[in-house]
Design a binder for this molecule. Sequence first.
Ligand SMILES: Cc1cc2nc3c(=O)[nH]c(=O)nc-3n(C[C@H](O)[C@H](O)[C@H](O)COP(=O)(O)OP(=O)(O)OC[C@H]3O[C@@H](n4cnc5c(N)ncnc54)[C@H](O)[C@@H]3O)c2cc1C
Length: 422
Amino acid sequence: MTKSLEIIVCGAGITGLGAAIALKRKGHQVSVVEAASQLQEIGAGIQVPPNSSRILKSWGLESKFMAKVMWPKSVAIRRYATGEVIGRTKMNPILQDIYGFPYWFIHRADCQNILYDAAVEAGIQILLGTPIESVDEKGPTVKLQSGQELRADLIVGADGVRSRTRASALKEDVEALESSQCAYRATVPVDLMNSDPSLAHRMTDVNANLWLGPDGHIMGYPIRSGEMYNLVLVSPGKASVGKWNEPADVKEMRSHHANWEPTVQRLLSHVTTCLKWRLAYIPPLERWVSDNGRVVIIGDAAHAMLPLLSQGAAVSIEDGAALAECLDLVIDLVDLSLVLRAFQDLRKPRCETISKAALSLVDLWHLHDGPEQEGRDLKIKQDLINTVVEKTSDSKSSLDTMRDKLVPWMFGYDTVREVSVD
Ligand SMILES: Cc1cc2nc3c(=O)[nH]c(=O)nc-3n(C[C@H](O)[C@H](O)[C@H](O)COP(=O)(O)OP(=O)(O)OC[C@H]3O[C@@H](n4cnc5c(N)ncnc54)[C@H](O)[C@@H]3O)c2cc1C
């Protein structure tokens, strides 16, 4: 019979809360320790692809999400200088038809709040304002910054890109690799959008827009049931790694897109404040599990990735679901080590493949005008946007179409089934 474990999850981000819910549903005793004293309204809109909406639905959260999400029909890929639509990636209802689960847009804070409420409702103890100092695999114990020590059977590090769990218990002394890119996040309230005749239709026509330009891209879509238009603008810049709410200079943000098409200018003219964060990723780690198998890291702590495939939170939600499934095999504490290694073997290749693919998209999306950009746009026109591109060693940009492999594998992944067949 599966052993009910005492589990401490470090971090109440999307990963930690998701894992806590999945573990509790399996009958484990779960508590979460979170540094922030309250969940903050930070971050931007995030996309919830079918591989994660499948899991959220299985946790009984569909109606909660339905009240907050937008259902995009497509993403229009546009040329930065003219706004011309180069191509369209279809989303709903076609993705639901193909994969059985929808593609949603949601505000990151709404997603985190839904998970938080579900965790509390399930009886999970969440200790806010409780920063951890370190994790010791012996015990294993979590040492809080207050000096207090908490012991458990298993400690799950979901404490983000600058994970203390990773540094202390796994001795994985890695720094996130900082890309040269920075993401600015801004929102435009629906009233302002509606007061501008050139923008109003973007609130009701639920299509995302992705403008590709030299050294940057902009993703825009409505969120919060149409309360605001969400903008994520990626361009070269500096910000702190792992800090989601660093205030940014609006003028600086606008300056990166000064020569972009009129709609972009109209949108940016309505932005009064914005935040920024550094795009960073964790290189492939040697391991996610401590030597004695009592500490495991998941989510951004294990595989923070660039957001170009919109999969970071999705695969982090998968981590929690997969971990809970794997722990079904634990009959005795001595089994933990083996089971967690199996978890690691299942999850690491998937997350690292997606991370690598996201990284390879940066150069492609940010091409300067010229033959390579024209080649890319031609491929997009030919409906090959769902591709992942690799630069060849001779540095000629080759569009290596993986639409038929990578996208179905990302979106169609059934985490629970994968654990049972592995
Ligand atoms: C611009 C951008 C756009 C993105 N868009 C998408 C998207 O569309 N779709 C998608 O799936 N993903 C997207 N992602 C990725 C996604 O946001 C992340 O992968 C996901 O939020 C990571 O969640 P996490 O819980 O692992 O980490 P975090 O969100 O960083 O949470 C970690 C938590 O741990 C806590 N913590 C940290 N240190 C301590 C400590 N010492 N003690 C206690 N608690 C601690 C933190 O306070 C925090 O609450 C995007 C990322 C970026 C940067």
